[in-house]
Design a protein around this ligand. Structure first.
Ligand SMILES: [Zn+2]
Ligand SMILES: [Zn+2]
Ligand SMILES: [Zn+2]
Length: 267
């Protein structure tokens, strides 16, 4: 656990959600996972919080963004980094207003141009000139990223280009941790950026094959290839009951769960 949050070389990485796009439980489903009492079978939509020198940077603002803020007692936000524009990763954009009310300025967001184009379309009201629009509109300051490294609040983040079906999405590496949700193909050039990882968080949707996500078997092959000391599977569907599937995974590979917190090291 991280003791000194001001340590220059460490950061905290907390998974705020590890569920697939519907969340788990899935509404109206009565399967054994959806009715399970195990807290590890309760999965909000995928998001992660990075805390570095008391600055909070969130990866994705999905439909559970507000609830995740409340659940984990997060009291401020300094930036958002987006993986891609699917609704389970952006649905909470309107709740950025709450951040704006306190900070009285636009929230810096970092995203590729494809994600921006889609955000501007889906949340068109938020991307007008907000200087004259009062408090009803989420205010964001756009920073376009595409490849290589970028810095947020002094923290170096390396972009990990991935494919999610035919959509190019972004994974991120911060120090010894990589976060790759929503993918079913990792290009060789990205694998080169994933050497010597201590922790890999990787899409591992469910046992059955899927067109745009690694299933668990494929995720294990990738994890073995990347060879991080520890891999956690995320974006998990309700076909995965934590207590049943966790025991079937190889050593060094586990299911992620909401609230999982890792101390990262900068290199
Ligand atoms: Zn997703
Ligand atoms: Zn279910
Ligand atoms: Zn997606």
């Amino acid at each position: 656990m991280l003791k000194d949050m001001s340590d220059e070389n460490t950061f905290e990485f907390k998974l705020l959600g590890t569920g697939t796009s519907t969340g788990v439980p899935t509404i109206s489903c009565n399967c054994s996972t959806c009715i399970s009492k195990d807290p590890k079978d309760k999965r909000l939509r995928c998001s992660a919080l990075i805390t570095y020198k008391n600055k909070n940077i969130i990866i994705d603002t999905g439909p559970d963004f507000r609830q995740q803020f409340l659940n984990y007692g997060i009291n401020h936000l300094d930036a958002v980094v987006y993986t891609h524009h699917h609704f389970d990763h952006i649905g909470g954009v309107d709740d950025i207003r709450g951040i704006n009310f306190t900070s009285k300025k636009g929230l810096p967001i970092y995203l590729n141009s494809e994600t921006l184009n889609n955000l501007s379309r889906i949340f068109s009201y938020a991307f007008r000139d907000y200087n004259e629009t009062g408090g009803g509109i989420p205010m964001v300051d756009v920073n376009i990223i595409s490849e290589g490294d970028f810095y947020v609040e002094g923290l170096k983040i390396t972009i990990l280009p991935l494919l999610h079906g035919s959509l190019e999405v972004l994974g991120f590496r911060i120090g010894n941790i990589a976060y790759c949700t929503d993918t079913n193909y990792i290009p060789d050039s990205t694998l080169e950026l994933m050497q010597d990882l201590d922790v890999l968080i990787l899409d591992g949707l469910r046992p059955k094959l899927h067109r745009t996500h690694f299933n668990i078997e494929q995720a294990i092959v990738q994890a073995n290839n990347i060879n991080a000391k520890q891999t956690f599977l995320t974006h998990i569907a309700h076909q995965v009951k934590h207590s049943e599937v966790e025991n079937t995974l190889p050593e060094g590979i586990n299911l992620a769960y909401d609230g999982l917190t890792i101390t990262g090291k900068l290199l």
